[in-house]
Ligand binder design. Sequence first.
Ligand code: SF4
Ligand code: MG
Length: 317
Amino acid sequence: MYGLKLDWMETPEAPYYTLEDYTGPEARWCPGCGDFAVLTAAQRLCRDEQLAPEKTVFVSGIGCSSRFPHYMKTYGFHGLHGRALPVACGIRARRPDLNIFVATGDGDCCSIGSAHWIHAVRYNMRMVVMMFDNNVYGLTKNQTSPTSPEGLRTYTHPRGAPIEGMDPLQVSLAVRGVSFIAQTVDFNPQHLLATLTAAYHHPGFAFVRILQRCPHYTPRAFAPLQENPSMMSLLVHPDGIDGGESMTRLFPNRIEHDPSDLRGARVIAEAEQGIPVGLLYKNDSVPRYDHASASGLSATREDRVKLLEQQLDWFRI
Ligand code: SF4
Ligand code: MG
């Protein structure tokens, strides 16, 4: 306009979000709980990706880890037991613009929420699912969970869990529509952050199982892995998760694995030896239910009324 540039015409600079912009009240987990490491990783991810807090939502069910949304200074939804995923799918169905993260535990996801979990994998709606697996029900004080290993002594099985626990990787990889499955550990912050970052960039349902320490009830569940990292196998590939140079030292055992190989991923998940750490499977071209549910979202009010009247006309006698 005549070469004039007035102050009120300038576009405001986009804000730079710091870690404080994502940090909520002090987390109330037991000292040494692995949930703290995941919370830090999630806050770093939000900062690194500069996710607008008002466009980001953390959804959870019930459990220790499901307190997660309270500790993020973003939007959050602390739901019912096992219902984190249907809530997150509902949000995604109407809000393609939001960054959606789900915090769920082994009890929440693999027991009461198992049907929702399987269908959420199948729907492949875009979101990051952080499945905190500490092999036990922690919040309700030490009951056998679906992933508790055989022999684990809990209050529900004081003589030890009588059967072997389920493997969430194997279950997820068996579902048609699976598009992103990774495993990481809370005691390796670099790999944890790299995994969540890869999950965030995945255009679909990214399921991350996090082996999570619970020093209160299952203190020995993952201690052997920390003491002897050769019990784990780092999955390496140019299309995999790049945790940086230090991964070589931290994970002496490595397996070359192409994450586009679904059969190979299933074989790795079923192997008796070597707990896999890294990206098991990734497929960007799996159809997404949220693409279907987004149809019509941009319709005007008039369009919607017109369509509704057309539908009602079907019932005219
Ligand atoms: Fe963490 Fe276990 Fe304590 Fe729950 S009971 S807060 S999982 S250490
Ligand atoms: Mg648990």
